[in-house]
Write a protein that binds this ligand. Sequence first.
Ligand SMILES: NC(=O)c1ccc[n+]([C@@H]2O[C@H](COP(=O)([O-])OP(=O)(O)OC[C@H]3O[C@@H](n4cnc5c(N)ncnc54)[C@H](OP(=O)(O)O)[C@@H]3O)[C@@H](O)[C@H]2O)c1
Length: 335
Amino acid sequence: MLKHVAVIGATGAVGRELLRLIHDRKLPIGKLSALASNRSVGTVLRVGDRDIPVQRATREILQDVSLTLFSAGASVSRELAGAVVDGGGVVVDNSSAFRMDPNVPLVIPEINADDLKRHNGIIANPNCSTIIMLMAIGPIHAVFPIRRIVVSTYQSASGAGQSAMNELREQTRNALDDRPIHPVAFKHPIAFNLFSHDSDVGDDGYNGEEQKMIDETRKILHTPDLPISATCVRVPVLRAHSESINLEFVEPTSAASVREVLSGAPGVRVVDDRAANHFPMPVDATKVNDVLVGRIRQDISVPDDRGVELFVCGDQLLKGAALNAIQIAEHLEGG
Ligand SMILES: NC(=O)c1ccc[n+]([C@@H]2O[C@H](COP(=O)([O-])OP(=O)(O)OC[C@H]3O[C@@H](n4cnc5c(N)ncnc54)[C@H](OP(=O)(O)O)[C@@H]3O)[C@@H](O)[C@H]2O)c1
Protein backbone atom coordinates (compact mmCIF):
# COMPACT_ATOMS: atom_id res chain seq x y z
CA MET A 1 0.00 0.00 0.00
CA LEU A 2 1.38 3.42 -0.99
CA LYS A 3 0.40 5.85 1.77
CA HIS A 4 0.53 8.99 -0.35
CA VAL A 5 1.01 9.30 -4.15
CA ALA A 6 1.54 12.62 -5.93
CA VAL A 7 1.36 13.40 -9.65
CA ILE A 8 3.30 16.53 -10.67
CA GLY A 9 2.06 17.94 -13.98
CA ALA A 10 -1.39 16.55 -13.20
CA THR A 11 -3.15 18.98 -15.57
CA GLY A 12 -0.95 18.06 -18.57
CA ALA A 13 -1.42 15.52 -21.35
CA VAL A 14 0.61 12.82 -19.56
CA GLY A 15 -0.52 13.82 -16.04
CA ARG A 16 -4.20 13.33 -16.87
CA GLU A 17 -3.43 9.81 -18.17
CA LEU A 18 -1.44 9.07 -15.01
CA LEU A 19 -4.41 9.98 -12.81
CA ARG A 20 -6.79 7.92 -14.94
CA LEU A 21 -4.48 4.88 -14.86
CA ILE A 22 -3.95 5.12 -11.08
CA HIS A 23 -7.73 4.81 -10.75
CA ASP A 24 -8.43 2.30 -13.54
CA ARG A 25 -5.58 -0.08 -12.59
CA LYS A 26 -6.47 0.19 -8.88
CA LEU A 27 -2.97 1.15 -7.73
CA PRO A 28 -3.14 0.48 -3.97
CA ILE A 29 -2.87 3.99 -2.58
CA GLY A 30 -4.08 6.02 0.36
CA LYS A 31 -3.95 9.75 -0.37
CA LEU A 32 -3.63 11.12 -3.93
CA SER A 33 -2.30 14.64 -4.60
CA ALA A 34 -2.60 16.38 -7.98
CA LEU A 35 0.16 18.97 -8.34
CA ALA A 36 0.97 21.50 -11.04
CA SER A 37 2.09 25.12 -11.36
CA ASN A 38 0.51 28.22 -9.82
CA ARG A 39 -1.54 28.61 -13.02
CA SER A 40 -3.65 25.55 -12.16
CA VAL A 41 -4.41 26.26 -8.53
CA GLY A 42 -8.23 26.34 -8.36
CA THR A 43 -8.63 23.62 -11.01
CA VAL A 44 -10.42 20.49 -9.83
CA LEU A 45 -9.67 17.15 -11.55
CA ARG A 46 -12.11 14.26 -11.58
CA VAL A 47 -10.44 10.90 -10.79
CA GLY A 48 -12.96 8.07 -10.73
CA ASP A 49 -15.71 9.40 -8.47
CA ARG A 50 -13.39 11.76 -6.57
CA ASP A 51 -12.79 15.48 -7.18
CA ILE A 52 -9.17 16.36 -6.50
CA PRO A 53 -8.17 20.03 -6.20
CA VAL A 54 -4.90 20.88 -7.94
CA GLN A 55 -2.22 22.24 -5.60
CA ARG A 56 1.01 24.01 -6.43
CA ALA A 57 3.95 21.58 -6.34
CA THR A 58 6.15 22.48 -3.39
CA ARG A 59 9.01 20.82 -1.52
CA GLU A 60 6.88 20.79 1.65
CA ILE A 61 4.10 18.64 0.12
CA LEU A 62 6.65 16.27 -1.39
CA GLN A 63 8.38 15.52 1.89
CA ASP A 64 5.44 13.39 3.00
CA VAL A 65 4.94 11.44 -0.24
CA SER A 66 5.68 7.71 -0.72
CA LEU A 67 5.69 7.84 -4.56
CA THR A 68 5.78 10.86 -6.87
CA LEU A 69 5.17 10.60 -10.59
CA PHE A 70 6.85 13.60 -12.24
CA SER A 71 5.45 14.83 -15.54
CA ALA A 72 6.17 18.54 -15.67
CA GLY A 73 9.42 18.87 -17.64
CA ALA A 74 13.08 18.38 -16.74
CA SER A 75 13.59 21.64 -14.80
CA VAL A 76 10.74 20.83 -12.38
CA SER A 77 12.13 17.30 -11.88
CA ARG A 78 15.62 18.67 -11.20
CA GLU A 79 14.21 21.19 -8.72
CA LEU A 80 11.87 18.92 -6.77
CA ALA A 81 12.94 15.25 -7.06
CA GLY A 82 15.46 15.69 -4.23
CA ALA A 83 12.68 16.67 -1.81
CA VAL A 84 10.87 13.38 -2.44
CA VAL A 85 14.02 11.30 -1.97
CA ASP A 86 15.03 13.26 1.17
CA GLY A 87 11.61 12.46 2.63
CA GLY A 88 12.10 8.72 1.94
CA GLY A 89 9.81 8.59 -1.11
CA VAL A 90 10.42 7.22 -4.61
CA VAL A 91 10.39 9.25 -7.85
CA VAL A 92 9.31 7.93 -11.24
CA ASP A 93 10.29 10.68 -13.66
CA ASN A 94 8.85 11.16 -17.14
CA SER A 95 11.27 13.94 -18.09
CA SER A 96 14.78 13.68 -19.51
CA ALA A 97 16.37 15.08 -16.31
CA PHE A 98 17.92 11.85 -14.96
CA ARG A 99 17.66 9.35 -17.84
CA MET A 100 21.35 9.18 -18.63
CA ASP A 101 22.53 9.41 -15.00
CA PRO A 102 24.48 6.16 -14.42
CA ASN A 103 22.95 5.92 -10.90
CA VAL A 104 19.38 6.08 -12.20
CA PRO A 105 17.75 3.03 -13.80
CA LEU A 106 16.01 3.75 -17.11
CA VAL A 107 13.28 1.15 -17.29
CA ILE A 108 10.72 -0.44 -19.58
CA PRO A 109 9.35 -3.19 -17.32
CA GLU A 110 8.83 -5.70 -20.17
CA ILE A 111 12.48 -5.23 -21.27
CA ASN A 112 14.72 -4.49 -18.27
CA ALA A 113 12.68 -4.75 -15.04
CA ASP A 114 15.79 -6.19 -13.33
CA ASP A 115 17.39 -2.74 -13.47
CA LEU A 116 14.76 -1.54 -10.96
CA LYS A 117 16.60 -3.48 -8.24
CA ARG A 118 19.43 -0.95 -8.18
CA HIS A 119 17.48 2.28 -7.79
CA ASN A 120 18.45 4.95 -5.26
CA GLY A 121 15.08 6.66 -5.00
CA ILE A 122 14.80 7.87 -8.61
CA ILE A 123 13.70 5.81 -11.62
CA ALA A 124 13.54 7.33 -15.08
CA ASN A 125 10.89 6.64 -17.67
CA PRO A 126 12.49 6.54 -21.14
CA ASN A 127 11.66 8.90 -24.00
CA CYS A 128 8.36 8.00 -25.70
CA SER A 129 9.87 7.14 -29.11
CA THR A 130 12.49 4.97 -27.40
CA ILE A 131 9.86 3.00 -25.45
CA ILE A 132 7.72 2.38 -28.54
CA MET A 133 10.72 1.16 -30.57
CA LEU A 134 12.10 -1.03 -27.78
CA MET A 135 8.78 -2.72 -27.06
CA ALA A 136 9.24 -4.29 -30.50
CA ILE A 137 12.97 -4.76 -30.74
CA GLY A 138 13.79 -5.62 -27.09
CA PRO A 139 12.21 -9.09 -27.29
CA ILE A 140 13.74 -9.66 -30.74
CA HIS A 141 17.22 -8.69 -29.55
CA ALA A 142 16.91 -11.08 -26.58
CA VAL A 143 16.66 -14.00 -29.05
CA PHE A 144 18.40 -12.73 -32.20
CA PRO A 145 21.20 -10.25 -31.35
CA ILE A 146 20.92 -7.03 -33.35
CA ARG A 147 24.05 -5.43 -34.77
CA ARG A 148 22.63 -2.19 -36.21
CA ILE A 149 19.36 -0.18 -36.00
CA VAL A 150 18.10 2.50 -38.39
CA VAL A 151 14.83 4.14 -37.33
CA SER A 152 12.65 6.91 -38.79
CA THR A 153 9.80 8.32 -36.70
CA TYR A 154 6.45 9.90 -37.54
CA GLN A 155 5.64 11.62 -34.24
CA SER A 156 2.24 12.96 -33.25
CA ALA A 157 1.50 16.44 -31.93
CA SER A 158 0.55 15.14 -28.47
CA GLY A 159 4.20 14.19 -27.93
CA ALA A 160 4.72 17.91 -27.35
CA GLY A 161 1.91 18.18 -24.78
CA GLN A 162 -1.60 19.51 -24.44
CA SER A 163 -0.89 22.88 -26.10
CA ALA A 164 0.48 21.15 -29.23
CA MET A 165 -2.65 18.98 -29.49
CA ASN A 166 -4.79 22.13 -29.24
CA GLU A 167 -2.61 23.80 -31.88
CA LEU A 168 -3.08 20.96 -34.37
CA ARG A 169 -6.87 21.10 -33.94
CA GLU A 170 -7.01 24.88 -34.23
CA GLN A 171 -4.63 25.14 -37.20
CA THR A 172 -6.54 22.43 -39.06
CA ARG A 173 -9.80 24.37 -38.63
CA ASN A 174 -8.10 27.61 -39.70
CA ALA A 175 -6.45 25.99 -42.73
CA LEU A 176 -9.76 24.48 -43.88
CA ASP A 177 -11.45 27.88 -43.54
CA ASP A 178 -8.59 29.71 -45.32
CA ARG A 179 -7.78 31.66 -42.17
CA PRO A 180 -4.14 32.56 -41.34
CA ILE A 181 -2.08 30.15 -39.23
CA HIS A 182 0.14 31.42 -36.39
CA PRO A 183 2.36 28.65 -34.97
CA VAL A 184 2.98 28.96 -31.21
CA ALA A 185 3.60 25.50 -29.69
CA PHE A 186 5.69 24.52 -32.74
CA LYS A 187 7.98 26.73 -34.84
CA HIS A 188 6.34 25.58 -38.08
CA PRO A 189 2.74 24.94 -39.17
CA ILE A 190 1.68 21.44 -38.08
CA ALA A 191 -1.67 21.26 -39.95
CA PHE A 192 -1.24 19.69 -43.43
CA ASN A 193 2.54 19.72 -42.95
CA LEU A 194 5.38 17.76 -41.38
CA PHE A 195 8.82 18.84 -40.20
CA SER A 196 12.05 17.61 -38.66
CA HIS A 197 11.56 17.11 -34.90
CA ASP A 198 11.32 20.35 -32.94
CA SER A 199 14.28 19.62 -30.60
CA ASP A 200 17.64 21.41 -30.90
CA VAL A 201 20.07 20.16 -33.58
CA GLY A 202 23.63 19.29 -32.49
CA ASP A 203 26.91 19.93 -34.34
CA ASP A 204 26.73 16.43 -35.85
CA GLY A 205 23.32 17.18 -37.40
CA TYR A 206 21.33 14.91 -35.08
CA ASN A 207 18.52 16.56 -33.12
CA GLY A 208 17.84 16.04 -29.40
CA GLU A 209 15.08 13.48 -29.92
CA GLU A 210 17.30 11.39 -32.23
CA GLN A 211 20.17 11.50 -29.73
CA LYS A 212 17.82 10.43 -26.92
CA MET A 213 16.67 7.41 -28.94
CA ILE A 214 20.30 6.41 -29.56
CA ASP A 215 21.62 6.93 -26.02
CA GLU A 216 18.60 5.53 -24.19
CA THR A 217 18.36 2.41 -26.39
CA ARG A 218 22.01 1.60 -25.65
CA LYS A 219 21.42 2.08 -21.90
CA ILE A 220 18.25 -0.03 -21.73
CA LEU A 221 19.63 -2.89 -23.84
CA HIS A 222 23.02 -2.71 -22.06
CA THR A 223 24.74 -2.38 -25.44
CA PRO A 224 26.86 0.79 -25.11
CA ASP A 225 28.39 0.47 -28.58
CA LEU A 226 25.36 -0.64 -30.62
CA PRO A 227 25.35 1.30 -33.94
CA ILE A 228 22.06 3.22 -34.21
CA SER A 229 20.89 6.01 -36.49
CA ALA A 230 17.59 7.86 -36.10
CA THR A 231 15.58 10.45 -38.05
CA CYS A 232 12.73 12.00 -36.05
CA VAL A 233 9.88 13.82 -37.77
CA ARG A 234 6.75 15.50 -36.42
CA VAL A 235 3.56 14.72 -38.39
CA PRO A 236 0.00 16.11 -38.18
CA VAL A 237 -1.35 13.16 -36.18
CA LEU A 238 -3.12 13.97 -32.92
CA ARG A 239 -2.04 10.99 -30.85
CA ALA A 240 0.24 7.89 -31.25
CA HIS A 241 3.72 7.81 -32.75
CA SER A 242 4.73 5.61 -35.69
CA GLU A 243 8.21 4.35 -36.52
CA SER A 244 9.84 2.59 -39.46
CA ILE A 245 12.60 0.35 -38.08
CA ASN A 246 15.35 -1.38 -40.01
CA LEU A 247 17.24 -4.09 -38.13
CA GLU A 248 20.48 -5.78 -39.08
CA PHE A 249 21.31 -8.99 -37.19
CA VAL A 250 24.55 -10.70 -36.21
CA GLU A 251 23.28 -14.01 -37.65
CA PRO A 252 20.89 -14.81 -40.52
CA THR A 253 17.37 -14.21 -39.11
CA SER A 254 14.12 -14.86 -40.94
CA ALA A 255 11.17 -12.46 -40.90
CA ALA A 256 9.03 -15.47 -39.91
CA SER A 257 11.07 -16.11 -36.77
CA VAL A 258 10.91 -12.39 -35.86
CA ARG A 259 7.11 -12.49 -36.31
CA GLU A 260 6.95 -15.52 -34.01
CA VAL A 261 8.93 -13.75 -31.27
CA LEU A 262 6.73 -10.67 -31.56
CA SER A 263 3.56 -12.77 -31.38
CA GLY A 264 4.51 -13.89 -27.87
CA ALA A 265 5.95 -10.57 -26.66
CA PRO A 266 4.11 -8.91 -23.73
CA GLY A 267 2.58 -5.53 -24.55
CA VAL A 268 2.95 -6.11 -28.30
CA ARG A 269 0.23 -6.87 -30.83
CA VAL A 270 1.14 -8.06 -34.33
CA VAL A 271 -0.97 -6.28 -36.98
CA ASP A 272 0.41 -7.61 -40.24
CA ASP A 273 -2.28 -8.51 -42.76
CA ARG A 274 -0.69 -8.32 -46.21
CA ALA A 275 -3.82 -9.50 -48.06
CA ALA A 276 -5.96 -6.74 -46.55
CA ASN A 277 -3.09 -4.21 -46.59
CA HIS A 278 -3.80 -3.64 -42.90
CA PHE A 279 -0.79 -2.64 -40.83
CA PRO A 280 -0.23 -0.50 -37.70
CA MET A 281 -1.86 2.94 -37.87
CA PRO A 282 -2.00 5.73 -35.27
CA VAL A 283 -5.82 5.68 -35.24
CA ASP A 284 -5.72 2.00 -34.27
CA ALA A 285 -3.01 2.58 -31.64
CA THR A 286 -4.75 5.56 -30.01
CA LYS A 287 -5.81 4.91 -26.37
CA VAL A 288 -4.53 1.33 -26.72
CA ASN A 289 -2.01 -0.05 -24.22
CA ASP A 290 -0.24 -2.41 -26.66
CA VAL A 291 2.33 -1.32 -29.23
CA LEU A 292 1.23 -2.45 -32.70
CA VAL A 293 3.87 -4.07 -34.95
CA GLY A 294 3.62 -4.99 -38.64
CA ARG A 295 5.22 -4.72 -42.10
CA ILE A 296 7.47 -7.53 -40.81
CA ARG A 297 9.54 -8.42 -43.84
CA GLN A 298 13.01 -9.48 -44.90
CA ASP A 299 15.17 -6.50 -45.93
CA ILE A 300 16.07 -7.53 -49.48
CA SER A 301 19.02 -5.14 -49.55
CA VAL A 302 20.91 -7.03 -46.81
CA PRO A 303 22.67 -10.28 -47.82
CA ASP A 304 22.27 -13.63 -46.03
CA ASP A 305 18.86 -12.78 -44.50
CA ARG A 306 20.51 -10.61 -41.88
CA GLY A 307 18.05 -7.73 -42.25
CA VAL A 308 14.39 -7.28 -41.20
CA GLU A 309 12.05 -4.29 -41.58
CA LEU A 310 9.26 -3.37 -39.13
CA PHE A 311 6.65 -0.65 -38.77
CA VAL A 312 5.33 0.14 -35.26
CA CYS A 313 2.67 2.42 -33.78
CA GLY A 314 2.14 3.18 -30.10
CA ASP A 315 0.16 5.64 -28.01
CA GLN A 316 3.01 7.66 -26.56
CA LEU A 317 0.82 9.21 -23.86
CA LEU A 318 0.15 5.65 -22.63
CA LYS A 319 2.93 3.10 -23.16
CA GLY A 320 5.30 5.90 -24.20
CA ALA A 321 4.75 7.75 -20.90
CA ALA A 322 1.95 7.28 -18.33
CA LEU A 323 1.37 3.52 -18.63
CA ASN A 324 5.09 2.72 -18.47
CA ALA A 325 5.41 4.88 -15.32
CA ILE A 326 2.46 3.15 -13.66
CA GLN A 327 3.86 -0.28 -14.59
CA ILE A 328 7.12 0.73 -12.89
CA ALA A 329 5.13 1.68 -9.78
CA GLU A 330 3.29 -1.67 -9.93
CA HIS A 331 6.64 -3.52 -10.12
CA LEU A 332 7.93 -1.62 -7.09
CA GLU A 333 4.78 -2.68 -5.24
CA GLY A 334 5.39 -6.27 -6.29
CA GLY A 335 2.38 -6.26 -8.62
N1 LIG B 1 3.51 14.17 -24.27
C1 LIG B 1 4.15 13.02 -24.37
O1 LIG B 1 3.85 12.18 -25.22
C2 LIG B 1 5.29 12.69 -23.43
C3 LIG B 1 5.86 11.43 -23.53
C4 LIG B 1 6.90 11.09 -22.68
C5 LIG B 1 7.34 12.00 -21.76
N2 LIG B 1 6.78 13.23 -21.69
C6 LIG B 1 7.27 14.17 -20.67
O2 LIG B 1 6.25 14.36 -19.71
C7 LIG B 1 6.32 15.70 -19.21
C8 LIG B 1 4.96 16.36 -19.40
O3 LIG B 1 4.62 16.36 -20.76
P1 LIG B 1 3.15 16.72 -21.25
O4 LIG B 1 3.14 16.35 -22.67
O5 LIG B 1 2.14 16.16 -20.34
O6 LIG B 1 3.16 18.33 -21.14
P2 LIG B 1 1.94 19.34 -20.95
O7 LIG B 1 0.68 18.79 -21.51
O8 LIG B 1 2.45 20.63 -21.49
O9 LIG B 1 1.79 19.44 -19.36
C9 LIG B 1 2.79 20.01 -18.55
C10 LIG B 1 2.40 19.90 -17.08
O10 LIG B 1 3.48 20.38 -16.28
C11 LIG B 1 2.96 21.33 -15.36
N3 LIG B 1 3.98 22.32 -15.02
C12 LIG B 1 4.59 23.20 -15.84
N4 LIG B 1 5.44 23.97 -15.13
C13 LIG B 1 5.34 23.58 -13.83
C14 LIG B 1 5.96 24.00 -12.62
N5 LIG B 1 6.86 24.98 -12.60
N6 LIG B 1 5.64 23.36 -11.47
C15 LIG B 1 4.73 22.36 -11.47
N7 LIG B 1 4.10 21.92 -12.60
C16 LIG B 1 4.41 22.53 -13.76
C17 LIG B 1 1.79 21.94 -16.08
O11 LIG B 1 0.96 22.58 -15.14
P3 LIG B 1 0.08 23.88 -15.52
O12 LIG B 1 -1.15 23.32 -16.19
O13 LIG B 1 -0.20 24.45 -14.18
O14 LIG B 1 0.91 24.73 -16.40
C18 LIG B 1 1.17 20.71 -16.71
O15 LIG B 1 0.42 20.01 -15.74
C19 LIG B 1 7.48 16.36 -19.93
O16 LIG B 1 8.62 16.22 -19.15
C20 LIG B 1 7.62 15.55 -21.20
O17 LIG B 1 8.91 15.59 -21.74
C21 LIG B 1 5.74 13.60 -22.50
